[in-house]
Design a protein around this ligand. Structure first.
Ligand code: MV4
Length: 507
């Protein structure tokens, strides 16, 4: 692999840092980790070839501090920086700084980042390129009259959106003339505090849409291909919780049309490296460009499992200047993949973050099961960062086989010491609407608004696991006591006891 980097710095933490380090290892590239004081014992630090301390835990003083990151790259001789997702991943100023300092930013160029980060400019670019956008205003405005006229022309409900936005911040649904001015004001205030930019505009509201996104790869030599779609409708407060590929909502014709549109969108944006084109899909099968995600996404593994293409390896190759060797006709979807995001949150306490020590961990394993994790037994999950602990991704021949494999793998996944969303995810994949492939972005709100109130089963499972772990790990417990003379061999581990619990024994 001549011409590829000798050393890459990974400006991130957790499961995505681990994922990138593993790609480096396979490619014979040295991996430099960075870490805050809260992450000194984290798996990404242990796994890397070198690690540089960034100092205090708050992100602004560690993973978001461009000066410290660039200095760490300089000090270790890294030639390129992989930003992962979140933190500096879509920060055009950081990409520009890397460019001017002679470091390769493993992502799109700073001008493409700037364009796609400005939603109004992106909409204008897409309109010109013939990519369908949601009907709405073509520029931001300060005039209440202009908003009212636009809203009436579009027909209520409409949506106020922040041009600098993303992730639903600054977004407001408006049902009629009465609520319009207040929504604009609220949207402006929220956008100002979140992005330092209070520009807002109006779009027609698409009701109960699906969120379908296409993965795209674009090299620095003009070749752009898509790697098909991910269905991401299962979200809670703009936080995705489960993704799959293929989308149950697309047929072959719509899939081809959306894929070609995604490639056209990225070409129009002058985009390079890996990125995603997000679409809203309405009930009648019309689709609309929503935004570009200019990063490797959390849910990238479902695409890797159905296409067989390693996205991080492709990112690194493209960033080094290598031409894409894939042609569109070489890319195919095979089988079905589902990802569940396991967060350190307590679903029964309104998804309150749940930080603390992982006292016991059993990772699910088996055919078609992948567990991308940033945790280990004994690791103290910090309160400072995104609460994602791990991603459980399964592949099988078809959707129902993948769904069943996911159900079994979720049951096999044991994380003790903190609350996680694993039990909640088990109920989601078991829901009849999900089974039928009918879930829209309204699904969680409609069916899981008050999950866990009066729930008994999950409590029983956790209690059984905790009791078994306690017994197995305590001195003189069953783990210490192998079957001796006159002693009956008892459950040595939490999972043998879980098996007993499953069979209907007392917890
Ligand atoms: C919309 C929409 C309906 N109509 N825009 C939410 C986050 C941001 N990226 C865009 N979002 C939406 N924009 C119009 N014109 C509905 C949503 C939306 C949504 C989109 C994708 C995935 C989940 C969602 C949940 C609620 C609302």
């Amino acid at each position: 692999m001549d011409g590829i980097f000798r050393k890459i710095l990974i400006a991130n933490r957790g499961e995505i840092a681990v994922r990138v380090i593993k790609a480096c290892r396979e490619m014979g590239i040295g991996a430099v980790a960075v870490f805050s004081d809260a992450d000194a014992d984290a798996p990404h630090v242990r796994l890397a070839d070198e690690a540089v301390s960034l100092g205090p835990p708050p992100a602004a003083e560690s993973y978001l501090d461009m000066g410290k990151i660039v200095a760490a790259a300089r000090a270790t001789g890294a030639e390129a920086i992989h930003p992962g997702y979140g933190f500096l991943a879509e920060n055009a100023a950081f990409a520009r700084r890397c460019e001017t300092e002679g470091l390769v930013f493993i992502g799109p160029g700073s001008s493409a980042l700037e364009l796609v980060g400005d939603k109004v400019r992106a909409r204008q670019t897409m309109d010109k390129a013939g990519v369908p956008t949601v009907p709405g205003m073509k520029s931001c405005s300060a005039s209440a009259e202009e908003f009212r006229a636009a809203a009436r022309a579009l027909g209520y409900p409409v949506m106020v959106k922040a041009s600098a936005g993303g992730g639903g911040k600054g977004m407001r649904i408006v049902a009629g003339d009465d609520g319009l001015e207040a929504a604009i004001e609220a949207g402006r205030r929220e956008a100002k505090s979140a992005f330092g930019d209070d520009s807002v505009y109006l779009e027609k509201c698409i009701e109960e849409p699906r969120h379908v996104e296409f993965q795209v790869l674009a090299d620095n030599h003009g070749r752009t291909v898509h790697l098909f779609e991910r269905e991401c409708s299962i979200q809670r407060r703009h936080q995705k919780i489960l993704e799959e590929s293929p989308s149950p909502a697309l047929d072959a014709g719509l899939r081809r049309e959306m894929g070609e549109t995604a490639v056209r969108a990225m070409r129009a944006a002058g985009y390079n490296n890996a990125g995603t084109v997000e679409f809203l899909l309405d009930k009648s099968g019309r689709f609309y460009f929503l935004e570009v995600n200019a990063r490797l996404q959390v849910e990238h593994p479902v695409t890797e499992l159905v296409t067989g293409i390693d996205l991080v390896r492709q990112q690194i190759l493209m960033a080094s200047g290598a031409p894409l060797e894939l042609r569109q006709e070489d890319v195919a979807q095979r089988g079905h993949a589902i990802e569940c995001r396991i967060y350190a949150e307590d679903p029964k306490a309104g998804f309150l973050p749940s930080a603390g020590r992982i006292v016991f961990l059993r990772e699910p394993k088996g055919p078609g099961i992948r567990f991308d994790s940033g945790i280990a037994e004994g690791f103290n999950v910090p309160v400072f960062y995104d609460p994602i602990l791990a991603k459980l991704i399964v592949w099988a021949e078809d959707r129902e086989a993948a769904r069943r494999r996911m159900a079994a793998a979720l049951e096999d996944c044991v994380i003790l010491g903190i609350h996680t969303t694993a039990g909640f995810l088990g109920d989601v994949i078991d829901h009849p609407e999900f089974r039928a492939g009918r879930a829209t972005t309204a699904f969680i709100g409609q069916h899981f608004a008050s999950w866990g109130a009066g729930e008994g089963e999950e409590d029983r499972r956790r209690l059984a696991l905790a009791a078994a772990a306690f017994e197995a790990l305590s001195p003189g417990g069953s783990a210490a006591g192998a079957a001796g003379p006159g002693r009956r061999r008892v459950a040595a581990t939490p999972w043998t006891t879980l098996g007993r619990w499953r069979a209907g024994g007392e917890p």
